[in-house]
Each structure stands twice: as C-alpha cells, then as structure tokens.
Design a protein around this ligand. Structure first.
Ligand SMILES: Cc1ncc(COP(=O)(O)O)c(C=O)c1O
Length: 465
C-alpha cells in the first residue's frame, strides 16, 4: 500500500524531485538515459535509491566518474570509502587472499577472521573484545539487539527519533525515520521506545542556542535527562542504542554521553553505540565515542571496514556479554569469510600506516573553520557543525527565523554536481559532507570553493542573497 502522505524526507535528497529531473535533462546523454531507464525497469523502486541519479563507471581514490566522463570528488560514498576507492594495497590483499583461501564454511576457523577480531579488540575502546562479523551494518545492529536481550533478560530499547540504524526489521524499529518505519511496513518490534535526540541548533525541547552551541546553564541538558527519565519509568530496558555523533550531522553536547552512560548503569541497561558510519576515523578519532571518553557495552561498525570494496560489518562487545553460547544469533553465511575479513584487517592497517585518522582531524578542522567563515558571508547558512570528516551546513531562508530551505539545498547540490562535487542532503536542508579520509588539503579547498560558489549562486537565484 502506498503512503497516503509521502513520508518526510530525512535520509538523502529526493530521487524523484523536479530539480533532479531538470538536472538529468541537462547533464545526461542518450546512453546514460537509456541505462537509467533500464535500471528503473529492473529494480524495485525505493526512496533515495531507484530511480537513480546517473550511471557510474569509475571509482578511484576520492573520485567517482560517471558515464558522461564527469569526475566528482565523492564527499558521500555511503561512508564506505574511508581509504578511497580501489586502494592498490587492499586490492592486492584481497586478490592474494582469494588465491590462498577464498571461503571458510561454517564450523571452521580461519586466520584472517581471527586476525581481524584481534585487531578490532586492539583498537576498540575500553575492554570491548568479543566479536561477531556480519555482511552489513543492519545485520550487525540486529546481532547487537539480540545480544542485549540475551545478556539482560529484557527486550525493550530506547533510541533516538530521526536516527538511522539500517533497513532490517529490528534496525528499522530502533531507527527513528519515517522513511524506514512508517506506514506500509508496520507493525515493528515491540518495546522500541524513542526519545528526542540532541540537536542543539533545533533543540526539540525548545531551548535556545548560540551559534549552534547549547546554553547548558539554561537547558541543564534536558535531552540527557529525558533519556534517564524514560529509562527509569520503563524500568526494564535492555539497551540504549544510538550513534555517538549523529550522522545528520549533530555533535553531542559536552557531557551528554557520560550522563547517559551513568543513567544506563543506574538502571541496568546496556549502551550500544552504532559507529557504522563514524567508526575507523571519520570524526578524527578512531571512534566517535573516543571524543566523549565513554565506552559502550557493545559497539557496532561496518561500512568503511570493507575498504570501499567488500561488505563486512562487526559487533564488538564486553567479554562479560559472552553469555548466549547455546543460541545462534550471529549465524550468517559470511560470518568468518576470509576474503572480507582480510579486507577489514588490511583496511585498518592502511588507515594506521597512512595516518588517515590524523588527516581527517587536521584537514577536517580546516574545513570546519572554512565553513564557519562561509556562514559569516552567507546568511542562508543557519548552522555549521561537525567533527573530523563528518560535517555539514544547514540552509535556512533567514538566519533569525531558521525556516529550513530544502529547495535551496537541492539547488546547491545540483550546482555542486555540475562543479564536480558530490555529497548528500540530510533532513531536507542539511548539506552533509563525509569525504574519504584520504582527501588532501588541496582537494578539500577545491571542494569547499565549489560549495561556496554554489551556495552564493543558489542564494542569489532564490532571492536570498
Ligand atoms: C548509523 C547507521 N547505522 C546502520 C546503517 C546500516 O548499514 P548497512 O547499510 O550496511 O546495513 C547505516 C547505513 O547508512 C548507518 O548510517
């Protein structure tokens, strides 16, 4: 059954908007149009995916190239391209592994899987050290939820409205976006309670902000207090699951996660961090939660772990949570696949050897400062926020009224595509930039020049300059 009212766009820009059609009419040749029509004929249509934007023919380093020969700096990459596309060292490691041992059927251990598990235990925060692998992030979230149930003997969860945790049933249930949980697919998992997230620029509790920063004396961190309140009222919550830095992006107020960690401990709930997009350096630290000094009970990662080539995700838990040995909740065909686990291990080695986390911190700090400068110059930028290589700019019709400017955001996106920069829009009006960790200062400057030009031109065209 189609929706009576289409769900609010939250994840990515619309793939059926008239602005998208206008862009395609000017940018695509006959061959691309025919390929897109064939794609749309063959695949089930779904929001933010099919029908597609364009046809991709190459992906190398931070670049993608479409069938028209246009190159784009890919500041989206589904957050899977931390080490850039087609890293030669990773391709060789994968090829060598395929020669040595291409698959491990269940019941057999293999060296790449144990080596990756050991490496994850090494780099993970605190004493997180017991691992399960899955093929995708959503499946890893399901494993984490089941593990939390098994370990606590409880089934309820608390998570954030507006969060995305994957497309599976459990993941959609703890997710907070209408696109993934509304209308046609219900009913969802029982006991999945939600609270409003931290979002200081648009505080759901109505507290004012200054330059995107909270006034903690005034708000007393009501968002964290409400989480505690719900945990106490429910009394039997198995776990809180959340992204430590929201991919929208939104950065937590200082002390937020310490307060939530304490609230979880006080009521016997576990804390699960979904670091599927943010893990392995995206925020300029190996894990986003490292910024907050808070260790979860279970951490979920994926995306970049496969080096932008192979699908692999992981759950890593405190050793005390290894309590469900009689069950089989991580029974996946590719649970110990030697090729995907070799890819994961080599990807982490590349991140370490090439100092990519440090690069994201250094170049990301420059990018954030430049975005703040842009905000000073362009009244349509209402808020700038981010950390490392996770950053964004929220576009508004006017600074004081903060009315979102989704059409303007779309116009900026398509102008940027014309200028060779790809990214995505979140929550309708937030330009969300998540470059691969290999992006150099020069490439960052190039991308931000394109972005600033597009914002200026789009604001002018909309009469908002
Ligand atoms: C925060 C978060 N959790 C979970 C997922 C789901 O990962 P996957 O698409 O690999 O299932 C995503 C994917 O975008 C994500 O951003």
């Amino acid at each position: 059954m189609p929706f009576e009212t289409p769900p609010a766009q939250s994840e990515g820009e619309s793939n059926t908007s008239s602005r998208r059609r206008d862009w395609a009419a000017g940018a695509l040749g006959d061959a691309s149009r025919a390929a897109l029509a064939e794609d749309a004929k063959l695949f089930l249509h779904q929001s933010v995916s099919t029908p597609c934007l364009s046809v991709i023919t190459k992906a190398e380093g931070p670049w993608i190239e479409d069938a028209e020969g246009r190159r784009y700096l890919d500041f989206h990459g589904n957050n899977a391209h931390h080490i850039g596309y087609g890293h030669p060292r990773l391709k060789k490691a994968i090829a060598d592994q395929m020669d040595a041992l291409p698959f491990a059927p269940r019941r057999f251990a293999c060296e790449p899987a144990t080596a990756l598990a050991r490496k994850l235990a090494d780099i993970a925060p605190g004493d997180l050290s017991k691992v399960l692998f899955t093929t995708g992030g959503s499946d890893a979230v399901e494993v984490a939820l089941k593990l939390a149930r098994a370990a606590t003997g409880r089934f309820k969860t608390v998570s954030f409205w507006d969060a995305f945790h994957g497309a599976g049933f459990g993941a959609s249930s703890v997710g907070g976006e209408q696109l993934f949980r509304g209308g046609a697919i219900g009913p969802l998992l029982a006991g999945t309670e939600h609270v409003a997230p931290f979002a200081c620029y648009r505080c759901p509790y109505g507290y004012p902000e200054r330059d995107g920063q909270p006034d903690l004396d005034l708000c007393k961190m009501t968002c964290a207090n409400m989480l505690r309140y719900v945990l106490e009222k429910e009394g039997d919550v198995a776990a809180v699951i959340a992204e430590p830095a929201r991919a929208v992006p939104y950065i937590p107020p200082p002390g937020f996660w310490a307060a939530v960690r304490q609230a979880c401990d006080d009521v016997g709930a576990l804390l699960i961090f979904d670091e599927i997009p943010t893990g392995l350096g995206k925020t300029g630290r190996m894990f986003a939660c490292d910024h907050d000094g808070v260790v979860p009970d279970i951490l979920v990662m994926g995306k970049g772990l496969g080096g932008g080539i192979l699908p692999i995700a992981a759950v890593i838990a405190r050793p005390e949570l290894d309590v469900a040995g009689d069950y089989a909740f991580g029974h996946y065909t590719h649970e110990k696949n030697p090729v995907t686990t070799r890819a994961g291990l080599t990807t982490i080695e590349i991140i370490e050897d090439e100092d990519l986390v440090e690069n994201a911190a250094r170049v990301g700090a420059h990018a954030l400062a430049r975005l703040h400068d842009m905000k000073d110059r362009h009244g349509v930028i209402g808020d700038v926020r981010g950390r490392g290589f996770l950053f964004g700019a929220e576009l508004v019709k006017d600074r004081a009224g903060k009315e979102p400017a989704p059409e303007l955001a779309e116009d900026v996106l398509y102008r940027c595509l014309d200028g060779g920069l790809s990214f995505k829009i979140s929550m309708g009006n937030t330009l969300t930039l998540t470059p691969p960790l290999v992006v150099t200062m020069a490439q960052m400057v190039q991308a931000l020049d394109v972005l600033e030009g597009a914002i200026a031109d789009a604001a002018q065209a909309a009469g908002l300059a």
